[in-house]
Design a protein around this ligand. Structure first.
Ligand code: EPU
Length: 327
């Protein structure tokens, strides 16, 4: 029986059973057979930190169908199975000349998680592309479609992580992609890298994003990690003004309810970049990423997380929160 829980941190964790289903019907059967058992539905494990074995059944989607379901003059609607590797989906859309997802190239994880986590990078979030999310209830096996407005999307969050946490499995996500390429180059140095390029295509943007990510972010196959470990905190305008008076070089972005400060910068200021605590460490090129240098347990990573939170809170009076799900 398969018991090992896959996770990109490379942490040893086992469940009582790990089950993968291939169709919605198979998932419904699992739901009825597993009634009363503790169930955890996972994706690729690129956003999970296990601090102990899981006493229960882990479910994983093997639904990997992808198909265009509708189109008009400007857009195409593509329905994708939750178990498809996210970047394979991006590659599929770009290869067909459909744009919109290129800025999200190379984000680890699967299609299902894109809708749960509202993955984001380089000025684009999954919610900008999602039209509806098809789910099956883990309680009674019933189907439910959530249109994007019902998903309560916010920065790295959705109704599937909050009010309905653990209640539904995403089976398919339908995205609306563009037939006409409209570049989104507002983030960081993307425009200086690309804007001058005549005849710029979505494939060019994808290639550049892949290069940037490969340069800055560790490959989980080589060095265990779960991408950004913390979320970027949003502080009040007053709090920001107070900090800015002290740190005029502090990067920041205006957002709806205040000012977002990069947690990577806060952590680096506290001297944590590249430092380790036992086998757990802070990545040398991006302080937002915690890494497993080899043999780290979930508890080792969590200890590092708490030390960083403590130091950032003490120096800046900001409590940074994990983006990663700690189990
Ligand atoms: N910074 C530092 N030191 C660091 C890291 C960053 O000073 O060690 C500063 C940078 O100089 C820059 C700012 O922080 O001024 C922002 O850095 P970066 O562009 O690298 O982005 P980020 O805010 O650290 C977020 C996402 C990433 C996403 C990038 C690009 C979160 C939690 N993380 O990181 O997403 O790829 O923007 O859009 O929002 C992920 O979620 O797993 C992830 C990798």
């Amino acid at each position: 029986m398969y018991r090992k829980i896959q996770n990109t941190f490379g942490i040893e964790a086992q469940a009582d059973r790990v089950l993968e289903y291939r169709t919605e019907a198979e998932l419904r059967t699992f739901v009825s057979v597993l009634a009363g058992e503790t169930v955890l539905h996972v994706g690729a494990g690129s956003n999970l930190l296990f601090t102990r074995d899981f006493k229960g059944v882990v479910l994983h989607s093997g639904i990997r169908l992808v198909m265009p379901v509708h189109e008009d003059a400007e857009h195409v609607w593509v329905k994708a199975g939750a178990g498809i590797t996210w970047d394979d989906f991006v590659a599929y859309t770009i290869a067909r000349g459909w744009s919109g997802a290129e800025n999200l190239s190379l984000i680890p994880g699967e299609v299902g998680a894109s809708a749960v986590q509202n993955i984001g990078a380089y000025g684009v979030e999954a919610k900008d592309l999602i039209e509806w999310v098809d789910c099956i209830s883990l309680t009674d096996g019933s189907s439910r479609r959530f249109v994007v407005g019902e998903c309560q999307y916010g920065y790295r969050t959705s109704i599937f992580k909050t009010d309905l946490k653990g209640q539904y499995a995403v089976t398919y996500v339908t995205y609306r992609l563009s037939k006409q390429f409209v570049p989104r180059l507002e983030y960081g140095n993307l425009s200086s890298l690309l804007a001058e390029k005549p005849g710029l295509t979505a494939a060019d943007v994808r290639r550049t994003i892949i290069d940037i990510r490969r340069e800055k972010l560790p490959d989980p196959k080589v060095l265990g990690n779960a991408g950004s470990f913390f979320m970027n905190p949003v502080v009040s305008r007053q709090k920001f003004e107070d900090l800015w008076a002290l740190y005029p070089q502090m990067p920041h972005y205006d957002v709806e309810h205040g000012v977002k400060i990069p947690a990577g910068w806060l952590i680096e200021q506290c001297g944590w970049k590249g430092r380790s605590l036992g086998p757990a460490g802070v990545y040398e090129k991006q302080a937002l990423i915690l890494v497993n240098h080899g043999g780290a347990t979930g508890a080792d990573i969590l200890r590092l997380c708490h030390s960083i939170q403590h130091d950032v809170a003490e120096r800046f009076d900001i409590l940074i929160q994990p983006e990663v799900n700690v189990l």
